[in-house]
Design a protein around this ligand. Sequence first.
Ligand SMILES: [Zn+2]
Length: 110
Amino acid sequence: MEEATIKKLMTSAKCSGCGQRYEIDDIEVIGHHDELWFMSVFCMACHAHYLVAANVDEETAGEVVTDLSVAELEKFRDADGLKADEVLDMHDFLKEFDGDFSRLFSGRKA
Ligand SMILES: [Zn+2]
């Protein structure tokens, strides 16, 4: 999976704040851990800044993505009707994660 592909996928996602679609230039790929990609996105329309985690399977590429800030992940954890496993996985991941992206993406185990 290429960064450019991920970014392209992300342009089909909308800002959870205002519904504006992201532009390629608004998306910065931070890195990935297996199929879990982290991006920083900035909405030009409402100036919201989100950390996005996308669980992207090579075979199902095109299925998007989790467009939530870390705080929102907390909020949605208990929400009714939430079926997106990747959100829950991400929550568990973040719970364990100490925020050191550089170490995460260097491939070393914590
Ligand atoms: Zn927005």
